[in-house]
Ligand binder design. Structure first.
Ligand code: TRP
Ligand code: ZN
Length: 891
């Protein structure tokens, strides 16, 4: 506290926290005993803490307990009540002084869950009570050392009306359940594993349950329960199966077994994020746990599987070994994302999963890393930790873990994770501890690798090749640099250790390699780039090769190689690796879109890049290829992806060029798309497996092309699919294709289909969200008026984050032509939304800022308008720390 810097935001003091200022806690909390008497406006929380001084703490006898929005009722030390002059209260917490080395603190506070719209702390989601404590929500429940390096053994007692709240849950094992007078009942839970407060959870509600069991590798029987509203009981099967697969996978791949006798998941409607790994009691956004073919798309099924796995894997990477402080957030998040990505790759298609994840990196993380909120994977400072649950912490963090896996190989990597888990079990660890385990397992010095944690920004690697026919050598030269970011200039940054996975393509695909005179028994090699410029020489190269670099995206960098268009098509059709083929073909498509934009800018005529057309033709003709890969490769790079590749971004031109190119490809191959559509159609009942998912993805890719140049029979095909599908994947794909269709013949059909769809699905909140999103991303002119109307529709709920994401966030991030309207109306709309949400739900408000944060990437007119929107938010009197931090850093 003493070193951090304070900033005045209106009347609000905002503190910047620095990693370098870490100090150990002055007291440990050995046990935490909580009793909740639940009430919507007067929940009484009694906490009994046994405290012991930390012998290593520099200051003795003083304790600061965090606490926000609490009403303090009473405070006692070792049973003796404290008078008001024996402690200091502020709006941030409570300070106690002159304390003995060990004592019991009893504290009674009162909170109002019903009035808590921030969805942090204890709140109500519809009829149920639930909690969200990560990162710093526990302090809204009671006074506490709300920091992850204070680990305590929790016992929780919940008292509530039995008829309204028959189910009372908390972490660990149920130790008592009794009925009380006055229609009340009480349940007590004990969690034998010490944990920080951010992993605490409580749920009370009228919930139905699906029960199953899992036998661990040491033959322990674990009870598995998923709690949902009774109407959703038919949507739990997939999450339960995913949970069991995750449990087995963590045993097989990491040797990690589950520890408690029970594992529970609860689905809640109002949730700021995807899900939360509370010990033994995971709380999930309904969108990340409920799945049924009729209501859930393939993407939804995949998301449920991944999030269930992610939260389950946290039991080791996060809970058993937790974080010392929030600067270490990526220690648990990056590692756990890597774990869930590998799990998903093993369950479905490895290549498809990699392509999807890399596209998130390139489209969203690279954008974050090149904007004003760019931060290192281990940030050096923050104002509001909620703002640091970012793509950089999660996705880039996972890429760093993947690089260890690449550099060490699977065996040494596993040896390292064993060291890490065993050494730090029950502790709060640091990123440094994780790196040390990697170093010890491999015997390598990884000090240069650590720049990946401390330097923000996306490194740029420029490569060039030089073939010498005489010598039969091929020299690959790499240059690396990292652009300026808020915390450091390019010149201040040290070169990274960058693993570059390379293969040399001859006419027959990848060739056997001899590197620096040494024959490798492989046609692929991981080069380790350590200098700002470095050359690697391959020998015995019989003819000029086409090199492929960063195969599998072996490092999170922007790479460039001066390929000819024909090289790209060669890689896309000849390489043995699916990711590499995708990557090359996407580069070709990018060039093709830029070509159309250039022609349109000059109002010249243009034609589809013939090699792109040729490539698509080859892809669609080859029935041996994985249909999912064909679909991914035929899909043109998104506007969001293209936007990251050049400045200033020209949203309208980009949209027009991409649509025109798509239309031309559609028209050129109408009959091929037709036959592809038919080849991929089947009347088999829906099943979520890689093969069927792949066929549906190619079928719907074909449909979307067909609908870009429709005739009456295609419209009919689309309508038939819309009306008669047995699953949401096909139903929503047809609706979306129809809504996107710019042909006048589709106009009346659209409105009718949207109505039919709503009528049919109005009672399924998650399906209504899909319906909202399809409309929010509709690029037709006049979207803002449609958005405002949608927000008045009974299917909308201005308090629910999923609804806000489906409409506001989808509009602002995926409807560029309307959001970036020349008159600034899109920006004004977003600023209005953020100003309202700033009071209601600061975390969601702050997340919505991201499209405005990128203002410097647009033309001067838009820059001006976007800045004005940010300034208007800035001038609001009571900005939350969440919104304030991002606005100030952006301006
Ligand atoms: N630890 C959670 C996860 O990634 C993240 C999370 C869930 C979260 N809810 C949150 C973070 C609310 C901040 C605020 O699995
Ligand atoms: Zn996580």
């Amino acid at each position: 506290m003493s070193h951090s810097t304070d900033t005045l935001n209106g009347d609000n003091m905002l503190t910047t926290h620095y990693l370098k200022d870490y100090t150990v806690p002055s007291f440990f909390i050995k046990t935490t005993d909580l009793t909740f008497k639940l009430d919507p406006t007067k929940t009484e929380v009694t906490s009994v803490l046994t405290l012991a001084a930390n012998p290593e703490a520099p200051t003795k006898g003083t304790l600061f307990l965090h606490g926000e929005s609490l009403t303090l009722k009473s405070l006692a030390i070792d049973g003796k009540p404290l008078k008001a002059d024996e402690y200091v209260l502020s709006d941030k917490g409570l300070t106690l002084t002159h304390l003995p080395a060990a004592f019991t603190l009893t504290c009674v506070t009162e909170i109002a869950p019903e009035r808590n719209s921030s969805l942090e702390g204890l709140y109500k989601s519809r009829s149920m009570y639930c909690t969200q404590c990560e990162a710093e929500g526990f302090r809204k429940i009671t006074y506490y050392s709300d920091r992850p390096d204070v680990l305590s053994e929790f016992t929780t007692t919940i008292i509530a009306n039995k008829a309204q709240y028959p189910v009372l849950l908390s972490n660990g094992n149920l130790i008592e359940a009794v009925d009380l007078d006055g229609g009340l009942h009480k349940a007590s839970w004990h969690d034998p594993f010490k944990k920080p407060a951010y992993l605490f959870a409580l749920v009370a509600g009228d919930l139905a349950v699906v029960e199953d069991s899992f036998t661990t590798m040491s033959a322990r029987e674990i009870t598995l329960k998923i709690f949902v509203e009774a109407k959703d009981l038919d949507k739990c099967e997939h999450a339960m199966a995913s949970l069991k697969h995750s449990m087995r996978w963590d045993e097989e791949v990491y040797g990690r077994e589950y520890d408690l006798d029970i594992f529970m998941i609860v689905a809640v409607d109002d949730f700021n994020m995807g899900a939360m790994e509370n010990k033994g009691l995971n709380i999930f956004n309904t969108s990340c746990v409920l799945a049924n073919p009729k209501t859930t798309t393939d993407a939804g099924f995949a998301r449920v599987e991944a999030v269930v796995a992610h939260e389950y894997f946290h039991n080791w990477s996060g809970n058993r070994v937790t974080c010392r402080d929030w600067f270490q957030l990526s220690l648990k998040e990056g590692f756990t994302v890597f774990r869930d990505a590998e799990f998903s790759a093993d369950r479905g298609s490895r290549t498809v999963k990699r392509v999807e994840d890399v596209s998130v990196m390139r489209t969203m993380q690279f954008a974050e890393d090149s904007g004003p909120m760019a931060h290192p994977v281990q940030p050096a400072s923050y104002m509001e930790i909620s703002n640091f649950y970012t793509l950089t912490i999660y996705e880039k963090g996972a890429e760093l873990v993947r690089m260890y896996h690449t550099l060490l190989g699977p065996e040494l990597f596993r040896k390292a994770t064993d060291i890490y888990f065993e050494r730090h079990d029950g502790e709060a660890a640091t990123i440094e501890d994780f790196v040390r385990a990697m170093e010890e397992a491999s015997g390598r010095d990884l000090s240069q690798f650590k720049y990946w944690y401390s330097q923000a920004g996306t490194p740029v690697v420029q490569a060039a090749g030089d073939y010498d026919a005489q010598e039969q050598t091929f020299k690959l030269t790499f240059k690396q640099y990292c652009p300026d970011t808020p915390e450091a200039t390019s010149a201040q940054k040290k070169p990274y250790l960058i693993p570059v996975n390379v293969a040399l393509l001859g006419t027959q695909g990848p060739q056997a390699l001899t590197l620096e005179g040494q024959a490798l028994n492989s046609d692929e090699v991981v080069l380790e780039l350590t200098e700002s410029e470095q050359t690697f020489t391959f020998h015995h190269v019989a003819s000029e090769p086409v090199p492929t670099i960063f195969r599998g995206f072996s490092a999170p960098v922007k790479s460039a190689y001066p390929y000819k268009k024909s090289d790209l098509l060669h890689i896309a059709t000849q390489d043995k690796d699916g990711f590499t083929r995708f990557d090359a073909f996407q580069q070709l498509a990018v060039v093709a879109i830029f070509d159309v934009m250039a022609a349109m800018r000059k109002e010249e005529s243009w034609q589809v890049e013939p090699l792109l057309l040729d490539g698509i033709g080859q892809l669609l003709a080859d029935e041996n290829l994985d249909p999912a890969m064909v679909a991914l490769m035929c899909e043109l790079p998104s506007e969001a992806y293209m936007s990251g590749l050049s400045t200033p971004i020209e949203p309208h031109l980009l949209h027009r060029a991409r649509e025109a190119l798509k239309g031309a490809i559609a028209a050129h191959y109408v009959s091929v798309w037709r036959s592809t559509y038919e080849r991929c159609s089947s009347d088999k009942a829906y099943s979520f497996n890689a093969q069927d998912v792949a066929l549906r993805s190619l079928k719907n890719c074909a449909l979307s092309y067909l609908m870009a140049a429709p005739d009456a029979s295609i419209l009919n095909t689309c309508l038939t699919q819309f009306k008669h599908s047995d699953n949401m994947t096909d139903e929503i794909a047809a609706l979306s294709a129809l809504v996107k269709c710019t042909d006048p013949a589709a106009t009346s059909l659209k409105a009718e289909a949207l109505n039919t769809f709503y009528e049919r699905w109005q009672n399924e909140a998650l399906v209504v969200n899909l319906w909202l999103s399809v409309q929010a991303t509709n690029a037709e002119p006049g979207a803002l008026a449609r958005i405002k109307a949608l927000m008045e529709h009974p299917g909308y709920d201005s308090q629910n984050p999923n609804k806000i994401r489906s409409v506001v966030s989808m509009f602002c991030n995926y409807n560029a032509v309307n959001f970036h309207a020349e008159d600034g109306s899109g920006y004004q709309f977003l600023a209005d939304q953020i100003i309202v949400l700033n009071k209601q739900n600061p975390q969601i408000a702050a997340r919505l800022l991201s499209p405005l944060v990128k203002w410097k990437k647009y033309d001067t007119n838009r820059q001006q308008l976007m800045r004005e929107a940010l300034e208007r938010i800035h001038s609001e009197p009571e900005l939350s720390s969440d919104v304030y931090e991002i606005v100030v850093k952006s301006l």
